[in-house]
Every structure is written in C-alpha cells, then in structure tokens.
Design a protein around this ligand. Structure first.
Ligand code: GLA
Length: 728
C-alpha cells in the first residue's frame, strides 16, 4: 500500500518508489506537513518540528497560556485563514455570517485503492497495471460548517503524487469562496532553493527562468482567462545547485486551462511555502448548502536526479496517464501539411488539392484545412461562429473535397475556433447575448473577435451541435482546435449580478464539457490543441488532445528554445512542430531535424517547392517515420541549454531498453578558428558497443557519453546533424 497511517505517531505517509511524503495529525488536530523528498521508509519525521515561543506570533485559543504552538511557524498541509498564520493562505471563504475565516481541523480520513476522480474537472487516471492509492482527509470547521476535503493519489511506480481540494458547505446558508488552492506545500527550510518557471509571450512561449528564493512572495500566474502564452501552470522548486543531472527538484503541474496562480513565499524563518490553484482574481464562487466546489488537480513529482530526472517522470506519466486518445500510443501520428502559412484565408478547393498533390510527393499523410473555410471568412473581421462550409471557396462541398484528398491516399483535417464569435457573423446577429460583453460597454477588441460565453448551456449545446455536424459530414481524420484571444469583459448575461465572479471558472467548465462531448463522440479523430500558437499548452488541454501546437513561431532557431522549455514537463509526443518558410538562411534539413523534436509536419505552400526540395522533404518525412518510436516513446535528454552562450544546441532521444538513440545537433553560432566541439551523449549503456550512423563509427556507451562525438568543422551556419546509434 502506498499510503500508511501510523496510529501511534498519527502520521500518514505516502510512498512512491523513490519518494516519501508525510503529514501528521498534530497539535489540536491541525494537519501538519512533515516531509517530501527521498524515501524515508517508516521513519516518523515529527522530530523536526520545533515548537517554541517565537514572539509576536498568534497561538490558537485552545493552547491557553502555552505560546509555543503557532500556525505562523508550523509547516501545514493546507494553510488556513485567520488562524494566526499570516503567510500565504490556501483558502479564503466568506462564511454565511459574513466572517472571513476557516478553522479546519482533521475530522476524518479515508485510504482507498485506486485513483480519486473529480466530477467537474479533468484528471489523470490510473491504468490497469498501475498501483494507485488514494487518501481523502477532511478538515472541518465546526462553526461555519465548512469542510475542506484534501485528496491525494499516489502512483507508486511512476513516482507521482496528485493532489486536489474540495470545499463542502454543510451549513444552511450559502458561503462564498474567494480563493481555493489545490496544493499547499511547506518546506522547513527554503533559503537555499530556487524557483523555475516557463514565462513567455506570443511566438516565444515557455522560455525558462530561474530565480533564487528571497523573502517575498514570488507569484507566477495568468489572469487572461487561459493558462496563457505569458506563463505556464508549471513550476519547479529546486536546490540552488540543482542542474540537468544532479540535485533535488520538485515539480508542480496544474491541470487547469483558466486563470491560475502559484505563490512561493520564503517566510521570516526561511520556511518556504508553495501554493497553486485557480487565480483568485475576480473569483467569488457561491457554494450553496450541501454543494461541493472542486478545485483542479496538481500533479507533483520529486527527483533527486536533476531536471532530467524530473522531466522523465512527467514525460513517462503524461504519456500514459493523461490522455485517452488512441493516438497517444496505438497509432503512429501522421506527417501533416497545414494550409495556414501556405495560403492564409485565400484558398479554394482547387488550391487545397494542388497543395495536397505536391505534399504527397513530400511524403505527407494528412492535409489540414486551416482557418478560412467557413461562414464569410476572408479575413479575421468576420465569420467566427458560423460553422458552415463556405461554398464560394469550397465549391465542390466538403464531402467531395475530402474524397479528392482521400483519393490521393491522404487523410483530411480541419480547423475550428469554437469559443469565439465575430460581430460580423450570423451567429452574433442572431445571439448577441451569447458574446461576453459587459452591458453598456464596448468589448475589448482582440483580433476583432469576441469570446462566446462558454458558461452558458445554450452556447455549449450550439457548439456541440455545429462542430459535430461538420465532423459527421465527411471523413475527417484530424481537428485543430484553436483559441486566438485572451478573455476580457468577463460577463455572462445568464447569471445574476452577484454571480459574475463565477464566470471565469464557469467558462472553463463549459469548455471542458464541449470538448469532452465532441472528443468522446469522435474517438477516431486526432485532435490537436492550439491557442495563437502555444498559448494554452497545459496538462488539462493535453487530457483531451494528444498534441498541441507549440508556437506560431516556426523559426527553427527560435524553436530550439521553444522545444527546450516545453520539454521540461510536456512529452515530445505532444509537441506540434512543423517546417515552414520561416528561417530564410536555415537549410531545409535543419528545419526537419528541429521539427522531428515533435509531431513533424509542414506549414508552407508545397506547390512552391522545387522537385529537389520536395525530394529532401520526402526523405525527411521518411526519416521521421523511421525514428518515430525513438522520438515518441524514448527518454528525452536536453544536452545543452540554448539560453546560454554556446555554438550549438543538442538533444537526444533514447529508447527505454537503451538499444537505440537519436542525437540531434544544430550548429547555431560558428566562431572562426574556434575550439573543436564535442557533443556528449546521455542515457546509454556504458559497456555496450553502439554503431553510429550505420557503420560510420562503432563506440562504447562510455566513449559516447564521456568523450563524445566531434562535430564536423567548416560547416555552414545552422547546419544540423543527426547521430543514430544502435546497439551492436
Ligand atoms: C492561430 C494559429 C495558427 C492559425 C491561425 C488561424 O494563430 O496559431 O496556426 O491556425 O490561428 O487564424
């Protein structure tokens, strides 16, 4: 059993293969946090807790004259509200009587087999061969009659612990939640720790930043209505000397696609607290008597083996326990070509067939018809919401178009942006009340489109109906689901004034309902997520879609950073990566090598390529298919950091049995008469001999990992190399 309650010590310990997590029902039944780190067997970690008079700190009333127990100084499992803990709270609730307080003490706990589920939000799941156990521990406030139920699941083999929190109103009047965090993790000493996050912007998502913890609250979050380009719901806390290969690190990955917040506070005693959950901005959620509010899940991992160790834990787990699409593992993903950068909205059926024919020569399997095929959509001022084929462009009709593509031996894919509406659309003319706009005010314009109020059931039903009817009309193999603006003007015409603080979250719940319905009724369709590139690339989205468009920025040299940052938590198999015209001075082959660090495809007008270029593409598409199992199922290693000065960027994929590996290098910065560069492999078997590039060299794993491979000199800028290694 991965979860053990120790009666004598009143500790509950969660064990994974290599880590332990311990809490204790402590003084006055407050739930204290004792430990998260390398396995501790059955040790009782209470000895670390020192209780002494800290001066100026609050003590619970029941402690009477004893001043040694203060929640302001104790590590807690879930930091509460107005109990003398002045650090970051995990909950803010306004009780029925108007008081702002939650005094939660342990009233119950339950250990069960299997993985807990949330009714309203996506979660990771357990497969038949997983050992997963769950803990539910209830903190009750006997005055307000509010319970917080903390949920934990332990995946022993995977070294993963998940957490979530629910709030139950057992009283007879409504309460209002203003903040509810899914995780709270207290470290007794965090002064030597760093925080790493993945900030970015449009076209430059998930860049990597690392900061040393200082005595203030480091906040990372999004208030854009989506998990955003600007931040990602993933943070790492690590020792200050942790690097790729060595050192302790803790990952926190939030399964939520809306506003989120992570707060890391180093307190007066150098204790470190991390909380993470839904962002409290404009969040006031009514919980009626006997109702329960669920917060999203956080997936936690701990590694002693640096960022690579942490990455492997997330990649392995997210590859198998996050998304149920059959394309995750059963079927090789197709090489696709997308019409966007080839034609933008200026295409018709004839142009699409021409692109497909040329792409066929390039070894492409799937043509994707991007934005511009529906309603009146010749530019981005109109048409969104009208999910009917524009037969002025697709003159032969969708059905016939798909048939023509299929006759070429290719599959067909299509683009939607279901959450949005253009003012110039039939949908808006019929239902202006469905758009998110504050009464009496003009909505903020962003790409000239307005968000639909996804919290409304009639909007959700309309989208389910209209998207499904297109998907059922023709043989559609693939869908790209886009969203191209941040949410402003948060308002729902259907909710009363006092419930407008629920709209941000209800939007996300509505979105998940729509996605769930459409995806479940089309299990054979491959879905890819997109948000103006990679603006909503989060684990909740990856619960629905097996792949996500990394960025609208296809420049292969920028992509090195984009892939590097994204890879910290998201598997390569989720990373949408294409070759495009972007990067004029970068050879086609280099573009292909970079796009092979992902789902591989093309984003260009194939009819403009010469026969020679098409042949190079064909060769690269074939290579991608050859290396697919290594790239999609192997362990991923970042061999160099493109954010640091250097002459090349390198990465590597190694199969689980370590028999095959693909090492890729892009030369980014040549220096005249510079030193000889070597790239050192990782993850191979030290004593095993490997054949490199089909007979070019035969070297032991030790040689490849310690001496490395010399990078040929006198090459053109942006030359790329691939080294395919196979056990002899
Ligand atoms: C977004 C996407 C692009 C493309 C356009 C279409 O920007 O990221 O790939 O689909 O929308 O409008």
């Amino acid at each position: 059993m991965g979860i053990i309650y120790h009666e004598k010590h009143k500790t509950i310990t969660l064990h994974t293969k290599n880590s332990s997590y311990q809490m204790k029902i402590g003084n006055l039944d407050y739930l204290l946090h004792l430990y998260y780190g390398p396995s501790i067997c059955d040790a009782d970690m209470s000895y670390q807790i020192m209780q002494y008079d800290r001066g100026f700190s609050g003590n619970p009333y029941e402690s009477r004259n004893s001043r040694t127990f203060s929640l302001d100084a104790q590590p807690q499992e879930f930091s509460t509200q107005q109990q003398g803990d002045f650090r970051t709270s995990s909950i803010e609730v306004v009780n029925a009587d108007g008081s702002y307080s939650f005094h939660g003490k342990v009233s119950d706990y339950k250990i069960t087999k299997g993985k807990y589920k949330l009714d309203t939000l996506p979660c990771v799941f357990a497969n038949a061969d997983d050992t997963a156990d769950s803990l539910e521990i209830t903190l009750s406030d006997t005055v307000s009659k509010v319970d917080v139920v903390l949920l934990y699941s332990v995946y022993e083999e995977a070294d993963i612990i998940t957490r979530a929190a629910k709030v139950k109103n057992n009283g007879s009047e409504s309460i209002h939640l203003k903040k509810i965090m899914s995780v709270c993790l207290d470290f007794l000493n965090g002064s030597d720790m760093d925080i790493l996050s993945l900030p970015g912007r449009y076209g430059q998502e998930r860049q990597v930043e690392r900061q040393h913890m200082t005595h203030h609250i480091h906040t990372i979050g999004s208030v854009r209505g989506s998990s955003s380009h600007q931040q990602n719901p993933f943070v790492v806390l690590c020792d200050k000397d942790t690097d790729e290969d060595f050192g302790k690190c803790y990952g926190f990955s939030l399964m939520y696609s809306g506003n989120f917040l992570a707060e890391a506070e180093l307190d007066q005693y150098d204790q470190l607290r991390l909380v993470m959950g839904i962002h409290p901005k404009q969040f006031v959620y009514e919980v009626k008597p006997s109702e329960t509010f669920e917060g999203p899940e956080v997936v936690m991992a701990f590694s002693e083996h640096g960022f690579t160790g942490l990455t492997h834990l997330y990649h392995n787990f997210y590859r198998t326990n996050l998304c149920k699409s059959k394309y995750v593992s059963q079927i090789q993903r197709p090489v696709l070509i997308n019409s966007w950068e080839a034609a933008f909205m200026d295409f018709d059926d004839v142009k699409l067939v021409e692109i497909a024919k040329a792409a066929k020569n390039m070894g492409v399997d799937l043509l994707v018809m991007d934005d511009g095929w529906f309603g009146k959509r010749d530019d981005d001022n109109s048409g969104l919401g009208d999910w009917v084929v524009n037969e002025d462009k697709i003159k032969c009709g969708l059905h016939k178009l798909v048939e023509q593509i299929n006759q070429l031996g290719m599959k067909f894919g299509i683009w939607f942006e279901p959450e949005m509406v253009s003012e110039d659309s039939d949908l808006y003319r019929a239902h202006p009340e469905w758009a998110m706009q504050i009464p009496g005010r003009h909505a903020v314009r962003s790409r000239n489109q307005i968000a639909l109020d996804m919290s409304r059931k009639d909007v959700q039903d309309y989208l389910i109906r209209s998207v499904n009817s297109i998907l059922d009309d023709a043989d559609i193999f693939y869908v790209k689901w886009d969203i191209n603006r941040s949410l402003a003007d948060i308002w729902s015409n259907e909710l009363p004034a006092k419930k407008q603080g629920e709209v941000y979250h209800r939007y996300i719940l509505g979105l998940y309902r729509v996605m769930d319905n459409i995806i479940k009724t089309h299990p054979d369709i491959l879905f890819e997520g997109c948000s103006g590139g990679g603006g909503r690339y989060d684990p909740a989205m990856l619960h629905y879609y097996p792949q996500y468009w990394v960025s609208d920025n296809n420049h292969p040299i920028d992509r090195l950073k984009l892939h590097y940052g994204t890879s910290f938590v998201y598997p390569v198999s989720t990373m949408g990566a294409h070759i495009s015209d972007s990067g004029k001075f970068v050879p086609l082959k280099t573009k292909a090598v970079v796009a092979m660090c992902g789902t591989f495809g093309y984003e260009l007008d194939a009819t403009h390529l010469t026969d020679e270029e098409q042949a190079v593409c064909r060769e690269q598409s074939d290579l991608f298919r050859k290396y697919y199992p290594i790239i999609f199922e192997g362990d991923y290693y970042r061999l160099s950091n493109p954010f640091e000065p250097g002459n090349m960027t390198a990465w590597q994929h190694v199969t689980k049995d370590k028999k095959e590996s693909l090492l890729s290098v892009v030369v980014t910065n040549l220096t005249c008469n510079g030193p000889q560069e070597y790239v050192k492999a990782k993850g191979l078997k030290p004593q095993t001999m490997y054949d490199v590039n089909d007979g070019e060299l035969t070297l032991s794993g030790n040689a490849l990992m310690n001496a490395g491979l010399p990078i040929p000199r006198e090459v053109d800028e942006y030359t790329a190399f691939q080294f395919y290694m196979r056990e002899v």
